[in-house]
Ligand binder design. Structure first.
Ligand SMILES: NC(=O)C1=CN([C@@H]2O[C@H](COP(=O)(O)OP(=O)(O)OC[C@H]3O[C@@H](n4cnc5c(N)ncnc54)[C@H](O)[C@@H]3O)[C@@H](O)[C@H]2O)C=CC1
Ligand SMILES: CC(=O)C(=O)O
Length: 310
């Protein structure tokens, strides 16, 4: 199964590397307006393939996306130290105006997987520009924040992050909502797990984990200029759910008819993902503060999009 990746920078190449190592696609095609970069990334990743899989990795033009099952959109600018994701909006909206039509001309049946920030609003813009059903235009949303949340809970409780079932919802950004009320480790609530394992989970520790998740991107960008491994693996996970028609629950962003009283807004909820894209939305049980925070996140995203002329 073929995948296209438009934007062969750090995020696009990390996604391609993860897909090639796991052999999730039979072919990866990188497209970038910096054609030399796309070619170099394809060649470098192709040299990893003999150690891991049989994926064919190449660089090409938009026409080479023909037949792709999915196309990852990772083109555009990223945050500089101190910059928020929302501050990228006008520049990256212009990039999507340039590329969405070309992607669809070549691969009209592809599921679009959006990574470019601010990812929720870029997902909404991609949905509008493409005219595709919202279920086929999926933002990586809080897939990465959910992984960060599970990592930090698992690290604190001394359990594998894969045994932690917890979600971050809303914006992939400063207003995101960490859902503590439904967080579980194994089959236990994290509160019960911490009591049985005698590992305190105080409000102070929860606040520290919240800070670690919410501000991870800022910390990493200060240290190395950008983030790419986490989202690269997240995009592979999302593509795998599509490629294998898995019906897997992932926290991803699509334009959603109604969330906490806000209409037609793209943000993350747990959603079932399969070959055609998002199959169903799941509205988790939230406590009052989480409902309020999700509503505030939805309103922020909607207001920001409404203020953009594109
Ligand atoms: N969704 C998520 O969780 C995450 C999203 N990101 C976002 O992903 C995006 C990409 O980040 P990086 O890969 O670090 O940036 P980068 O600068 O390394 O790569 C971006 C690539 O896009 C290409 N590009 C720009 N305009 C283009 C156009 N009109 N047509 C074709 N190619 C074009 C550039 O040539 C460049 O190679 C940023 O918006 C960043 O904020 C980054 C990390 C996590
Ligand atoms: C940059 C970004 O969106 C992240 O690492 O969360």
């Amino acid at each position: 199964m073929k995948i296209g990746i438009v934007g062969a920078g750090m995020v696009g190449s990390a996604a391609g590397y993860a897909i090639a190592l796991k052999g999730t696609a039979s072919k990866i095609v990188f497209v970038d307006y910096n054609a030399a970069l796309a070619k170099a990334q394809a060649e470098d990743i192709a040299h990893a393939v003999p150690f891991a899989s049989s994926t064919v990795v190449m660089a090409g033009d938009y026409a080479d996306l023909k037949g792709a099952k999915a196309v990852i959109l990772a083109a555009g600018v990223g945050q500089k130290p101190g910059e928020s994701r929302l501050q990228l909006l006008a520049r990256n909206a212009e990039v999507f105006r340039q590329i969405i039509g070309k992607v669809l001309d070549a691969a009209p049946d592809a599921v679009l997987l959006i990574a470019t920030n601010p990812v929720d609003i870029m997902t909404q813009i991609a949905t509008e520009l493409s005219g595709l059903p919202p279920t086929r235009v999926i933002g990586s949303g809080t897939i990465l924040d959910t992984a960060r949340f599970r990592h930090l809970i698992g690290e604190h409780l001394g359990v594998s992050p894969r045994s932690v079932h917890a979600y971050v919802l809303g914006e992939h950004g400063d207003s995101e909502v960490l859902c503590w009320s439904s967080a579980r480790a194994g089959a236990l609530s994290v509160k019960e797990f911490s009591a049985q394992m005698r590992v305190p989970l105080t409000e102070g520790i929860k606040a520290k984990i919240d800070d670690g998740v919410r501000n991870a991107a800022y910390t990493i960008i200060n240290g190395k200029g950008a983030t790419w491994y986490g989202i690269g693996a997240g995009l592979e996970r999302l593509f795998r759910a599509v490629a294998r028609d898995e019906q897997t629950v992932l926290s991803v962003s699509i334009v959603t008819p109604k969330v906490e009283g806000v209409s037609n807004v793209a943000l993350s909820l747990p959603r079932i993902v399969g070959a055609q894209g998002v199959v169903a939305d799941l509205f988790p049980e939230l406590d009052d503060a989480e409902h309020e925070a999700l509503g505030a996140s939805a309103r922020l995203l909607k207001t920001t999009l409404d203020a953009l002329e594109y």
